[in-house]
Design a protein around this ligand. Structure first.
Ligand code: HEC
Ligand code: HEC
Length: 404
């Protein structure tokens, strides 16, 4: 069945789960798709990439392990074309996995699985629980983010704001489950490891992120997380499976796929307005968090090894003030702290999000300018500088941002 023929979400989730095999809002436009492999891959690496791509696109159903409760049916349904996600598949987190302990796991946390297979009940958000809504971030280029050495990222952190620029990025540290193999060169800090993926930088590497996604987003079990998500208000739900829904090899293929995706392509780099906008971006302090250039360390994949690239992020947490405080935390992140979103691919967001843009962690900003207006806390001075720009300078800055 083509995705366009699905019953719209607003008509009822229960019907949707039965009547429609996909939750994709519509096929992504060609311009929005970023699923090309790195051109330097060897033929053997390309084979693994292609196997990972097929797994990423796999539409799960009850026969292949979906659920019993879930948020969506495939990686690609939320990360269509590996671009920024669409509001149709936004997810809700409410179980806190924070330094104070897991507070809402007995109520169905850490994530709301609102859809259910026939015979099961999807979860509803318990009353009075702090929550955040997370839109799927872009995943193209994530192998480069994973291959940056931890020491390079820590060198960007300034938790006590020693240079008094008002900006004090810091890493998020979380305990790692035993099945996560720490990235080479990562240091243990009071039993915790630095995270770099996810809106709050709570996931250490692409393997942890993917295994969590299989389980929490789709109810797909692995040897790493062999339990299905359970609705505590639905005692009929099976708890543990002895037969994982996907093999370790399939998980590894998906991880390799993520690692070896090309970066989002730049456009109009030489345009005079774009060049001027890139200087303004630096001058008004945007680049203090949205770090322009990072470089990878050694990687066994030659195409990823020792490469300079431009993601416009420091992968650190920043306090964004009451404007972006949802009252929800992960790891040692404060509710108002978020990982600097990589800005690469920003100008291609609308092609993936239905001709409009939905920016920030929950898509609340419907334009780039609106996203900047939500920047408080450590970013307040930069926002003020933005507000004080002449309209010609503002427009140059936006041309630059749209070229990313
Ligand atoms: C229901 C929608 C949904 C599904 C299904 C889904 N994701 Fe995600 N993905 C998200 C959201 C939302 C985030 C941000 C999560 C967070 O902040 O912790 C995310 C984050 C990620 C990231 C980290 C990107 C970054 O820069 O932080 C990767 C990589 C990723 N997903 C891969 C996958 C893979 C692989 C699958 C399938 C196994 C998958 N996702 C399934 C919604 C989804
Ligand atoms: C103190 C650090 C900091 C500074 C300074 C800063 N940002 Fe951000 N930016 C962030 C963080 C953190 C987020 C993610 C917030 C969220 O998701 O709620 C973000 C998100 C964004 C987004 C949304 C991206 C998306 O895909 O959702 C845009 C656009 C953006 N910033 C542009 C800018 C511009 C332009 C400037 C300069 C005027 C700037 N930022 C200055 C930290 C910063």
């Amino acid at each position: 069945m083509s995705p366009q023929k699905c019953i719209p979400l607003s008509l009822g989730i229960a019907i949707l789960a039965v009547a429609c095999s996909k939750l994709v809002p519509g096929a992504p436009s060609a311009a929005s798709v970023m699923n090309a492999p790195l051109s330097e891959l060897t033929p053997d690496q390309l084979k693994v990439f292609n196997a990972g791509a097929a797994e990423f696109d796999e539409e799960y159903a009850s026969a292949t392990g979906l659920g019993p409760i879930y948020v969506s049916t495939s990686c690609n349904s939320c990360h269509a074309g590996d671009n920024r996600g669409h509001m149709h598949t936004i997810l809700t987190r409410f179980g806190q996995s924070d330094t104070f302990g897991n507070t809402w796991l007995d109520k169905g946390g850490p994530q709301l699985q609102q859809h259910a297979l026939a015979g099961f009940t999807g979860e509803t958000l318990p009353a009075g629980v702090p929550f955040s809504r997370f839109l799927a971030p872009l995943v193209a280029g994530s192998g480069f983010l994973e291959a940056v050495t931890e020491s390079d990222l820590l060198a960007l952190a300034d938790p006590e704001d020693k240079n008094s620029d008002g900006i004090s990025g810091r890493p998020n540290y979380s305990q790692l489950p035993a099945w996560v193999v720490p990235l080479p060169g990562s240091a243990v800090n009071h039993g915790r490891f630095m995270g770099r993926f996810g809106r709050k930088a709570a996931a250490h590497n692409l393997h942890q992120q993917s295994v969590n996604a299989f389980q929490q987003d789709m109810g797909i079990t692995t040897t790493f997380l062999p339990r299905n998500p359970v609705n505590p208000l639905n005692p009929a739900a099976p708890v543990t499976t002895t037969d994982p829904d996907v093999t370790d090899a399939a998980v590894n293929d998906v991880v390799f796929y993520l690692q070896t995706l090309q970066m989002p392509p730049r456009r109009n780099v030489m345009n005079a307005d774009v060049v001027k906008g890139s200087e303004i971006f630096r001058n008004i302090g945007c680049a203090s968090c949205h770090t322009e250039t990072l470089k990878t360390g050694y990687s066994p994949v030659a195409a990823l090894s020792y490469k300079e690239f431009h993601p416009y992020t420091d992968l650190l947490l920043h306090d964004m003030g009451p404007e972006l405080n949802d009252g929800y935390t992960e790891g040692n992140a404060l509710p108002s702290e978020w990982r600097t979103t990589p800005l690469w691919g920003l100008g291609l967001a609308s092609s993936a999000q239905g001709g409009r843009v939905f920016l920030l962690h929950d898509g609340r900003a419907h334009s780039i300018e609106a996203a900047i207006q939500y920047h408080g806390g450590e970013a307040a001075a930069s926002r003020t500088a933005f507000r004080n720009l002449s309209s010609a300078d503002k427009s140059a800055l936006l041309s630059f941002l749209n070229s990313l």
